[in-house]
Write a protein that binds this ligand. Structure first.
Ligand SMILES: NC(=O)c1ccc[n+]([C@@H]2O[C@H](COP(=O)([O-])OP(=O)(O)OC[C@H]3O[C@@H](n4cnc5c(N)ncnc54)[C@H](OP(=O)(O)O)[C@@H]3O)[C@@H](O)[C@H]2O)c1
Length: 214
């Protein structure tokens, strides 16, 4: 697959390395032109192409949105129209500042991201583990200690694509259901940062999803 990554920071470069290790083609962009990130990308993500946001997204089968949450509205919605977009962002007040809309989002921040990018096929995933864990905890399919990573979306085909990507980069994929369930994957949820296997992850997810409905 062709993966376009917006954000060449800790999360973006880690996901880029994981995708390259899985055999995907990766183009990666920060907020400016390609020259500003060329050296970082050469060193941290050998094999990835440093480029602009528009170029990274243009031919991508899958886009990863890995910019600081308080900056996501700077991304042009037209760029993401029709694209499957993994929202890996978390709202974190010490980094993002106080933003009431994000802090109080009743169904989580990815619902707001989907609203901001109405043409995109938003899938929340990969946000609930630390960037270093993407490499440290990746395991081949069938490994006894393989960790679960969930994805939530209102677009079934996009969700299936992202779950397959999660599996390819070394984690047991868990279908977390609609995008509004994404709140169960965010900071403050017991699933955030929890290194569960699939069975344990699904058990906690189901218990909390019931509470969400109630
Ligand atoms: N760090 C983690 O372990 C981790 C894990 C899961 C999820 N996340 C989430 O992932 C997001 C990014 O976190 P991070 O730790 O990777 O942040 P970071 O290290 O600060 O990197 C942010 C990157 O986003 C780029 N960026 C900013 N505005 C942009 C735009 N409009 N278009 C394209 N790129 C843009 C920045 O480039 P410039 O220098 O050009 O601004 C920078 O390369 C956050 O929401 C975070 O909560 C982080």
């Amino acid at each position: 697959m062709k993966i376009g990554i917006l954000g060449a920071g800790k999360a973006g470069t880690s996901i880029a390395r994981a995708a390259i290790a899985a055999g995907d083609e990766v183009a990666i962009a920060a907020s400016g032109d390609a020259e500003r990130i060329r050296l970082i990308v050469e060193v941290l993500v050998p094999g990835a192409v440093p480029t602009t946001a528009a170029e990274a997204v243009r031919d991508a089968d899958l886009v990863v949105l890995a910019v600081p949450m308080h900056k996501f509205r700077a991304v042009d919605p037209a760029l993401l129209a029709g694209k499957i977009v993994i929202d890996v962002m978390n709202y974190w007040e010490p980094i993002d500042g106080r933003i009431d809309e994000l802090a109080d989002a009743p169904y989580g921040t990815s619902v707001l991201v989907q609203r901001a990018f109405p043409g995109a096929r938003v899938v929340k995933s990969l946000n609930h583990l630390g960037y270093h864990e993407l490499e440290e905890d990746a395991r081949p399919a069938g490994a006894a200690d393989r960790r679960a990573v969930a994805a939530a979306s209102d677009d079934d085909a996009a969700l299936a694509t992202v779950l397959a990507f999660v599996d390819r980069i070394g984690f047991d994929p868990v279908d977390a259901g609609p995008l509004a369930r994404g709140i169960l994957l965010e900071p403050g949820s017991p699933l955030f940062g929890a290194p569960h296997d699939r069975a344990a992850f699904e058990a906690v997810l189901d218990a909390h999803a019931e509470a969400l409905v109630a």
